[in-house]
Design a binder for this molecule. Structure first.
Ligand code: TMP
Length: 212
């Protein structure tokens, strides 16, 4: 049994991740790939409880370090309980966000140092990194307008545009540092254009996996 692949979808709010993940699942399934779609923070019952702690607005301000540690606590549970067993059994895991979101939101957005985040990444994940990152990229105002249409805003969605601008810039910096693993897709275009690019990327990754 060959190892599966670990592909994550990233981006600021409202860039269309859920739509693209659903389409990506169909594309891979049609190609005969056994797929697991999951998300962070979350993906197991305990990690979903941690997600609720992270997203629910409350009167007491959450310390940035508390937020960082909760994100990685959820990740440890999800990674060892669900993601790695799936990959080891040959499944391809499509994950709605992973550690790039931590570098972008807790690093770029909150201003925590990338070194500190990298230490936790090493502690929790060892050498595990996504094989590929699909970065759905759109100007912050486009995504924020879409997110606002969805109703009550969670603790992150309540942040200001400047916060998401820093998040977006942190994503750009990470993508630029490792272009072989990051696939930036311009998500400000029509749904059909974005879907075509993501489908073509996944199709080529499957073909590549079968030729090796
Ligand atoms: P979602 O709205 O895309 O499901 O993501 C939930 C929120 O959690 C989103 O606003 C980004 C945030 N988040 C972080 O701040 N750090 C992380 O590491 C992850 C995975 C998500």
């Amino acid at each position: 049994m060959s190892r599966g692949r670990f592909i994550t979808f990233e981006g600021t709010e409202g860039v269309g991740k859920s739509t693209q993940l659903a389409q990506a699942e169909r594309t891979l399934t049609d190609l005969g790939v056994d797929v697991l779609v999951t998300r962070e923070p979350g993906g197991t019952p305990l990690a979903e409880d941690i997600r609720a702690l992270l997203l629910t607005p409350r009167d007491e301000a959450m310390n940035d370090l508390t937020e960082l540690l909760l994100v990685f606590a959820a990740r440890a549970q999800h990674l060892y309980g669900r993601i790695l067993p799936a990959i080891e059994s040959g499944r391809w895991v499509l994950c709605d966000r992973f550690t790039d979101a931590t570098f972008a939101y807790q690093g770029g957005g909150r201003g925590l140092s990338a070194d500190r985040i990298a230490q936790l990444e090493q502690l929790v994940q060892g050498d595990v990194r996504p094989d590929h990152v699909v970065l759905l990229d759109a100007p912050v105002d486009v995504g924020m307008a879409r997110a606002r249409h969805r109703g009550a805003l969670d603790r992150f969605e309540q942040e200001r545009a400047e916060f998401f601008q820093r998040v977006r810039e942190a994503y750009h910096a990470r993508a630029a540092a490792a272009p072989e693993r990051y696939h930036r897709v311009d998500a400000s275009r029509t749904l059909a254009d974005v879907t075509r690019d993501v489908t073509s990327l996944l199709t080529s990754l499957v073909a590549e996996s079968r030729s090796t």
